[in-house]
Design a protein around this ligand. Sequence first.
Ligand code: ZN
Length: 250
Amino acid sequence: MLRRAQEERQEWLPYAADAEGLEHDNLEEQEVEEVSGTKYKNYFSAPRFYCVETICAPCGVVIAWRKFAKAEGVAKILRFLEDIYADPSFRPSYIAIDKGCALLKHIVKQGHWPTWEPTTQIIVDSYHYINHRTTDHLCRTWCNPAPLNGDAPNLVVVDEDKEGRPYYKRAFNTQACEQLNAWLGGFQTVLNRMTVSNFDFTMHVLLFLHTQRVIARQQVRQEEAGDESEDEEDENGVRYGPQEVQDDDD
Ligand SMILES: [Zn+2]
């Protein structure tokens, strides 16, 4: 609500009715009036018309994004997925999504399951799963992101803690999109004021930069893990690994 009030005070946005509102000393009063009123219906403003959905790999690389008009219904999500993964052989083994159970119901109801069943399981991401109803049989049976009954050995792996005791941990980060959303949230105020084409362009650039950063970080980690021995050593025995910064005055 606050966001909307801010955006409606922008000078370049058309004020439909009387401009006398601008003379109000009491901004608070003006905000209330603008927020509750229906005067400003005709201009584009990102938050009112769009929500952005992204498809991310667990590592954080962005695979695709799309603007959805108004809300993210399961029908639109399915269309998005079927557009991006038109060829079933490219579909991932798991799709983790906040509305996983609702999406699965929709896929089955609409008769799309036979094309998805051979390749893909729809699960709920671990962040949202805790808030899904425990009584929802379909959700608990098919959409659990980390079943401990051995159902999904690819999702849950056994690791050891510091004392060498085994424990279960998630094999994949199912919250990559959620983390990306949190980062994008920092740009929201700017994005909200943009025209459609600027919005599209900026979103594309942001997601591209994010992906570049993720890939760069992966490379650093791989180099660190893979070729420790290839770190160069100078004659003083100082090692120069990938991220090391050395003071050379001592
Ligand atoms: Zn659910």
